[in-house]
Write a protein that binds this ligand. Structure first.
Ligand SMILES: [Zn+2]
Length: 212
């Protein structure tokens, strides 16, 4: 009888895949797989279906890289009541959720999909979505205000400086009047935006400071 792969190999492959998820170490992955196996094959099939749906029906907004229905603009980019003259850069889509909860921001976003690493001379730049932003910048002539909505850690500060320099260069090349702001007040330097409470984030958004 052809058994395909052995059970040991199947377990090893699953653990290895899970450890690719940020924050999941080998020990946690093993515990998850043990738990899954104890739930039985029907439950495992449910998980498979759920991940298939995730893969088939969700995607990234081609404009801002927020999560969206596959092949469509996200709810924010397709909302004509949003203010397209103001764009807030964020590290991940979770930061969008956090800003949206404040109910205070009506502009649009751009998910950078990470931050630049100052120790690696921008080696991860190709993983970020700055190129998509450049296309948006060229086509959205309404754009006047950019907010760099990042945390206060080292990578965020470095990314902010890099973006400021490059956006100013773009503005100069295309003769556009663009103002760049940062969240200057109310956000403790070591606090992640996605974990900040609504009042702290609202204060940070209400007190943006222009970078010149
Ligand atoms: Zn979008």
């Amino acid at each position: 009888m052809d058994i395909g792969i052995t059970k040991d190999q199947a377990i090893k492959n699953s653990i290895s895949l899970l450890t690719e998820i940020k924050g999941v170490g080998e020990k946690s992955a093993k515990a998850m797989i043990t738990h899954l196996l104890s739930m039985g094959s029907t439950k495992i099939t449910e998980y498979i279906k759920s991940f298939e749906d995730l893969s088939f029906f969700t995607g990234q907004c081609p404009q801002c890289h927020n999560f969206s229905q596959a092949g469509q603009l996200c709810e924010i980019c397709s909302n004509t009541h949003r203010d397209f003259s103001t764009l807030c850069f964020v590290k991940t889509y979770e930061d969008i959720e956090a800003f949206e909860k404040t109910g205070t921001y009506n502009g649009v976003y751009h998910v950078l999909n990470g931050l630049l690493d100052p120790c690696e001379e921008n080696a991860n730049l190709h993983n970020l979505t700055y190129d998509t932003f450049v296309n948006r910048f060229k086509t959205n002539l309404e754009l006047k205000t950019i907010i760099l909505g990042f945390d206060g850690d080292l990578e965020s500060s470095y990314t902010k400086s890099w973006l400021k320099l490059n956006i100013k260069g773009l503005a100069e090349t295309f003769k556009r009047d663009i103002k760049i702001f940062t969240l200057s007040y109310g956000l403790p330097p070591d606090m992640e935006i996605s974990k900040a409470d609504e009042i702290t984030l609202k204060t940070a958004l209400d007190n943006i400071k222009e970078i010149v």
